[in-house]
Design a protein around this ligand. Structure first.
Ligand SMILES: [Zn+2]
Ligand SMILES: [Zn+2]
Length: 448
């Protein structure tokens, strides 16, 4: 054998052995912690807290990260409403010179009554911000994310020799109300702590098998804007429409006309949704009411598309009211929410491809799938700042039991979606995959 080829083969062999053993050591470390991570997950799942009220969850996350040696700051987050406490957690681990990488998990749960029948199902009931009695459930799997964050934190402490830089782990409150990331940024997240070179997050997926990872370069989740419209008419007796301007008929026309925005005014190449999710008006069959209230959600990807849709909603609502003879001073009132609004999540294409390659190496290419963009929304994109200043990537973590997946495919019955009272991620191997994926992603971005 040519000695040079032999040497090359030998050094290739050594490199292969080194990388395999590094891989084995990560698997070994995860194996050692798996039992306690599963216990943490079940404990969190049984004790969910609503957005703006993540008090115990944040204390738990802070305690875990502090005991691992991270420098932890609690109560990061300033909301528009001063009565809400910011329960954001920021944990920093400095490890020499190198990039700053931020890893984010949400902390909050939803007002949903759990019906999974699991032994660790939530029984929690509480009062909502509006004073209603509600049940609470981790129906979006944020408990999977918290557990994966803690597992990743454990791994990266033990693998400190394999990375350099500043690691910033955040427990973000109030994702479901899409004002938590904004509140943390408003509380000087990027000046009190290092501004990241990259921000990454995972989200469990209700249509992807446990053990798999999904990724979507570019726009991955839509922007979201809540809009309230009050259609004002002139009330009167139900038997005398000629003396009134009926806001119920105007509202009916407005609702249908709004559906022409996406179909007739928007480019078919720009995804968008206008949904009227709530209509309230009137008290009795023989009374024409004074007003009708509509609540809408608007989804799009591009900011200019969003702006155009909002302008169209206002134009259509006003002009239909005027066409019905409503006077100028009773024009519809449109209120675009300044709290229930979030920009689209734009996964930096280079960063996403870089991580996808790492996942293919870590989990085998057959377990890593490119997933199309969705019209769901997240406030994670805010951490990239306006104009995508910081490259961010949120990847999907498969959470579905393969047995349930096969059953659903055979019977054609859809799987429970995120936010469903029946959503039950398969803890193992979902959490194992989450920890391994996030640890591998950070090691890639902070490698020596
Ligand atoms: Zn959710
Ligand atoms: Zn979520």
């Amino acid at each position: 054998m040519n000695p040079r080829i032999f040497l090359n083969a030998l050094s290739f062999g050594i490199l292969m052995t080194a990388s395999v053993s590094a891989q084995e050591s990560l698997d070994g470390l995860i194996n050692r912690d798996m039992e306690s991570l599963l216990a943490i997950y079940k404990m969190l799942h049984a004790a969910p807290e609503l957005s703006h009220h993540e008090e115990k969850t944040s204390v738990f996350v802070a305690g875990q990260l502090r005991s691992l040696g991270y420098t932890v700051t609690e109560h990061v987050g300033k909301y528009e409403r001063p009565e809400w406490t910011g329960y954001g957690v920021v944990a920093v681990l400095k490890n020499g010179e190198g990039p700053t990488v931020l890893v984010r998990s949400e902390l909050d749960a939803l007002p949903v009554e759990e019906k999974t029948g699991l032994p660790y199902a939530s029984q929690v009931k509480t009062k909502s911000d509006t004073g209603q009695d509600v049940s609470v459930m981790h129906a979006c799997g944020h408990d999977i994310h918290i557990t994966s964050l803690i597992g990743t934190a454990q791994m990266l402490v033990q693998l400190k020799k394999q990375w350099h830089g500043t690691l910033v782990l955040i427990g973000q409150p109030a994702e479901e109300t899409i004002d938590g990331a904004k509140a943390m940024l408003k509380d000087e997240l990027y000046t009190r702590f290092s501004k990241p070179d990259y921000a990454i997050a995972l989200h469990d997926h209700a249509e992807l098998e446990a053990g798999k990872i999904g990724y979507c370069p570019g726009y991955a989740l839509a922007n979201s804007t809540a809009v309230d419209i009050t259609i004002r008419g002139i009330g009167g007796h139900g038997s005398k429409p000629e003396t009134a301007k009926d806001p119920i008929v105007i509202a009916a026309q407005v609702i249908l006309a709004l559906q022409t925005i996406v179909s007739r005014e928007n480019s078919p190449l720009d995804p968008a949704v206008v949904t009227v999710g709530s209509i309230h008006g009137g008290t009795k069959s023989n009374i024409i009411p004074d007003e009708v209230k509509l609540q809408l959600t608007v989804r799009a990807y591009k900011e200019e598309v969003r702006q155009k849709i909002l302008a169209s909603i206002e134009r259509i609502a006003k002009n239909i009211a005027f066409a019905a003879g409503v006077p100028e001073e009773r024009a519809p009132i449109m209120k675009v929410s300044d709290t229930e609004v979030t920009p689209a999540t734009y996964n930096d294409p280079d960063l996403t491809q870089r991580l996808a390659k790492v996942f293919e190496k870590t989990f085998d290419a057959k377990n890593v799938v490119k997933w199309p963009p969705i019209m769901g929304s997240e406030d994670f994109g805010r951490l990239g700042l306006d104009g995508h200043q910081i490259p961010v990537c949120m990847f999907w973590l498969g959470a579905v039991d393969p047995v349930q997946m096969a059953k659903s495919q055979q019977t054609g019955t859809p799987l429970p979606s995120l936010h469903s009272s029946l959503f039950a991620p398969l803890p193992e191997p979902t959490i194992r995959t989450g920890v391994k994926a996030m640890t591998s992603a950070v090691l890639e971005l902070m490698k020596n």
